[in-house]
Design a protein around this ligand. Structure first.
Ligand code: RAT
Ligand code: ZN
Length: 422
């Protein structure tokens, strides 16, 4: 029999439900072990995360190039010295390294980085993947898969397509299309080289060929969605190759094959190129482009995450109007406790259960541990308050109802969104 929840056991029940649920991580930069070295893991990778590079460069007096010429170990030493020893490491990215080490069983008080390194040197990747999934309590993670990346492309074609090798089912694909959509002046050449009969002009033949390219890769990768990261000044519709490719290629194939289109909007790419991956900034987008997409294509499904804090309220309001829009996660510069708290509370207040609360954006396997640990704590806190408000009205809650809600918010909504008929 399902347990009725009262004031005293509410907090405990919600915290346990959030801890117990196996989440789906809808956006990461991780790879299944079959991809080899492009799956990053271990202490040096954790500490040289680009979020930490940006923070370090605020302190040190070295040229950016000097940093990039260092070995990985030297880079990690510099970051550790600067952010962890000469300052207290409470920024979210620093704290994340410590939470990860702690959850792996280390005493972080020892500050013994050689000991941490040794631990990873002696680890078997396969076992470690199991351990990380266990600690982060994840059902599966969605990768970011770029068919224009030569290394990745080779693995998909040789190992998965031709070699018939199965992917570890905990790693699901996302067909990432930044190159196709945002650099058409280069990508059409590449398509031509691969045997697609395309021209720079998006005539009917070219549109058909781009659609064929998309269908081929959907076949190869079996992706959960097609995705693109778009700049803050993204406008649709407009007279541009990007806009035409979205409306004439992505939208029809997305609908035909029931593979949603994920838009991640708000980046100011390479504001400081010297910082490489750490050099991108943020800008507010004009949400009218999303109004247009959702209303013009009511039978298409859109997964959306926006980078600017200023866009979050309009996105939640838009999702109230369009059931073909599913907001997800607190992306990148928003993935900090104070902002997760604000955005998640607002989403629950405006959308109830119909949102995907979080994704990790992990680039290093080990980061799954801290990103989900930190998010789960905040999500549980917010939900406790929401359920307390309900109980105060006299509403009767059961543990089953709480677990049902949490399961939807932590990933279940992705799978039902995929299955839904619009
Ligand atoms: O969060 C990040 O690591 C960013 O650099 C980006 O990868 C961003 O999340 C993206 O997917 O473009
Ligand atoms: Zn990302």
């Amino acid at each position: 029999m399902t347990q009725l929840i009262t004031g005293e056991n509410l907090k405990r029940t919600v915290e346990q439900a959030v801890k117990d649920v196996k989440a789906t991580d809808i956006h990461t930069h991780l790879y299944a072990p079959i991809f080899g070295d492009i799956l990053l893991w271990g202490f040096n990778e954790l500490v040289t995360y680009h979020y930490l590079i940006a923070e370090t460069m605020r302190w040190v007096d070295i040229a950016y190039d000097e940093y990039w010429q260092m070995t990985k170990v030297e880079q990690a030493d510099l970051i550790w010295q600067t952010l962890f020893l000469e300052n207290s490491p409470y920024s979210e990215a620093c704290r994340g390294v410590l939470t990860t080490l702690q959850r792996l069983g280390f005493d972080v008080a020892s500050r013994d980085i050689e000991g941490y390194r040794q631990y990873f040197d002696n680890k078997q990747l396969d076992e470690y993947v199991d351990e990380v999934f266990e600690l982060a309590n994840l059902e599966c993670v969605v990768m970011t898969n770029d068919p224009f990346d030569p290394e990745e492309r080779g693995i998909w074609l040789e190992k998965v397509k031709e070699g018939g090798q199965e992917l570890d089912s905990r790693f699901r694909a996302a067909l990432r299309l930044d190159m196709l959509l945002c650099s058409w002046e280069k990508s059409w050449h590449q398509l031509k080289e691969w045997g697609f009969d395309v021209t720079p002009d998006l005539n009917r033949r070219t549109v058909g060929e781009v659609q064929r390219f998309l269908r081929d890769w959907i076949q190869i990768m079996n992706p959960v969605y097609m995705a693109v990261s778009l700049p803050y000044d993204f406008i649709l519709p407009e007279k541009s190759a990007r806009s035409e490719l979205i409306e004439r290629c992505i939208i029809p194939v997305s609908r035909e094959m029931n593979v949603p289109f994920a838009l991640m909007v708000g980046v100011k790419r390479q504001l400081n190129p010297g910082l490489k991956d750490a050099g991108d900034g943020v800008g507010k987008m004009n949400i009218a482009s999303l109004d247009y997409l959702c209303s013009r294509y009511p039978h298409n499904k859109f997964l959306v995450t926006l980078l600017a804090r200023e866009n979050q309220h309009e996105l939640a309001v838009l999702a109230r109007k369009f059931r073909n829009l599913m907001p997800f996660g607190c992306w990148w510069f928003l993935n900090n406790p104070s902002l997760i708290q604000e955005i998640t509370s607002m989403r629950l207040e405006l959308l109830g259960n119909s949102v995907i609360l979080q994704h990790s954006d992990a680039r290093v396997l080990d980061q799954l541990i801290y990103k989900w640990d930190h998010s789960r704590r905040i999500i549980a806190e917010i939900l406790v308050r929401k359920y307390q408000d309900l109980v105060a009205t006299g509403w009767v809650l059961t543990e089953d109802a709480i677990r049902r809600d949490v399961e939807k918010l932590m990933g279940g909504n992705l799978w039902s969104f995929l299955e839904r008929k619009l």
